[in-house]
Design a binder for this molecule. Structure first.
Ligand code: ZN
Length: 182
């Protein structure tokens, strides 16, 4: 779903049923994320208002770190002072495809939740993975990173979305089938 669809802008519900539907949802989300390709995807982005996200990001040795986190809580270190830079702070979102804006994020996070087996997951992350977790966690609370931009950047983003016919209900794209990059 693309920015403007109501499912992206509301608080997602806690997962209570750990059944085959949830398994299928998570499998589909991994597939969609990989197809995009993206480094993270939250359930509201595929139209499901549940507190679930998947992520996939290589570590320094290029080994993929992948996983699913359900019903997470997150805490992060304070946002750094000063202006964001494009080099260090450029962020994108599959729900605002093809665009990137610079945004400050906490450098370190601790995230806790559970996996599909309802086993506890706790990850302390920094830098890009910390950014991914903050971004995906925001999705579960109906916040898109555009919402966090300073006024001028935000205005620019809304301008682009108006030109593209986004920011209204029911607009979606399908990674692998649609190409919105050009
Ligand atoms: Zn996103």
């Amino acid at each position: 779903r693309i920015f403007g669809d109501p499912v992206l802008h509301r608080l997602a519900a806690e997962v209570t049923d750990f059944d085959d539907n949830l398994r299928q949802l998570v499998a589909d989300m991994f597939e969609t994320m990989d197809e995009a390709p993206g480094v993270g995807l939250a359930a509201p982005q595929v139209g499901v208002s549940l507190r679930v996200f998947v992520y996939s990001y290589p570590d320094d040795d290029d080994n993929p770190r992948r996983g699913v986190i359900i019903n997470p809580t997150l805490s992060h270190t304070p946002l750094p002072e000063g202006e964001p830079t494009e080099e260090l702070d450029s962020e994108g979102c599959l729900s605002v495809p093809g665009e990137r804006f610079s945004l400050r994020r906490g450098e370190q996070v601790a995230i806790e939740g559970i996996d599909l087996e309802q086993k506890p997951v706790r990850i302390v992350a920094e830098d890009w993975l910390a950014r991914i977790f903050q971004h995906e966690f925001d999705h579960l609370n109906g916040i898109i990173y555009i919402d966090r931009l300073p006024f001028e950047e935000r205005t620019k983003a809304f301008e682009i979305m108006r030109e593209r016919g986004w920011n209204r209900p029911g607009v979606s794209w399908m990674p692998g089938l649609d190409n919105l990059e050009d």
